[in-house]
Design a protein around this ligand. Structure first.
Ligand code: VGL
Ligand code: ZN
Length: 214
C-alpha cells in the first residue's frame, strides 16, 4: 500500500473487437472477453480507483490506413520518415459507431484520445509518433497517480507502447494479462517479455484485492 493506483483501459473500442465485428478485430475479443473487461472495470471503479481510458480516434484519411496509400494492401508495412509503419484497415474513424469504447463510458474519469493528427500514428496513449503529447500524463499527475494498472487492446501495439511510455515517465506499471488481447501471438508474447524486462509487473489474473494492496 502507499502510492496511489490508477487504471488505464487501452483502446477497448468496437473496431478492435470480434464482438462488434470490428475492422481490426483481434483474436479472442468476443463477447466473453468484453464482459470480463467490463466487469473488472466496474469493480476497480467501485473500489474507488480512478479509471482512465484511451481511445484511438483517427480522421478518415489517416496515414496509418492502407487506403491512404494507393496500391498498398492491409497489414503491409512501409517506411514513413524512417519509421516502420504497418498499414491497417481503416479503424476507429472519428465519430463512427465502432470508434466507441465498448465498456461503460461512465466508469471513466477521463478518456484520452490519440491518433487525431492524420500525419502521425499514435500507439502510445502518452504521445504520437511526431512527439506530440496527449493529456494522459498531466491527468495522471493531477490525480496523484504513481502506479498504473493497464489492460486492453492491442497487447503488441497500443498496450505495449503505452506501457513503455508510462515506465519512461517514471510510473510503476502493472499489466493484467488476461484482460489484454493482441494482434498476433508471437508479437504479443514478445511485447509482454519486453514490458517485463522494462520493469513492468505482469499479473496473469485480475485480482481486485491484489490491485488494492499494491
Ligand atoms: C492499435 C493498430 C492501429 C491498438 C491502434 O490499439 O493497438 N493497433 N491502431
Ligand atoms: Zn489506430
Amino acid at each position: 500500500m502507499g502510492e496511489k493506483t490508477g487504471i488505464i483501459v487501452v483502446d477497448l473500442q468496437g473496431d478492435f473487437t470480434e464482438w462488434r465485428a470490428g475492422s481490426l478485430a483481434v483474436p479472442g475479443s468476443g463477447g466473453d472477453f468484453i464482459k470480463k473487461v467490463g466487469e473488472a472495470t466496474a469493480i476497480v471503479h467501485t473500489s474507488g480507483l480512478p479509471v482512465l481510458g484511451s481511445q484511438d480516434w483517427h480522421p478518415a484519411d489517416h496515414i496509418s490506413f492502407y487506403t491512404s496509400h494507393p496500391g498498398k494492401k492491409p497489414f503491409e508495412a512501409i517506411e514513413i520518415d524512417g519509421r516502420r509503419q504497418v498499414l491497417w484497415p481503416p479503424h476507429c474513424v472519428q465519430g463512427t459507431e465502432n470508434a466507441r469504447i465498448v465498456v461503460d463510458n461512465n466508469l471513466f474519469l477521463a478518456i484520452v484520445q490519440k491518433g487525431r493528427d492524420r500525419r502521425y500514428d499514435s500507439y502510445s496513449a502518452f504521445q504520437d509518433d511526431g512527439g506530440h503529447k496527449t493529456e494522459m500524463e498531466p491527468i495522471l499527475r493531477r490525480t496523484g497517480i504513481e502506479k498504473v494498472v493497464l489492460y486492453g487492446i492491442a497487447t503488441d501495439y497500443c498496450v505495449r507502447a503505452t506501457v513503455v511510455d508510462a515506465l519512461r515517465a517514471g510510473f510503476q506499471v502493472i499489466v493484467i494479462e488476461e484482460l489484454c488481447r493482441g494482434v498476433a501471438p508471437d508479437t504479443s508474447r514478445a511485447a509482454l517479455e519486453e514490458m517485463k524486462e522494462g520493469g513492468a509487473s505482469i499479473l496473469q489474473k485480475f485480482d481486485i484485492d491484489r490491485i488494492k494492496g499494491l
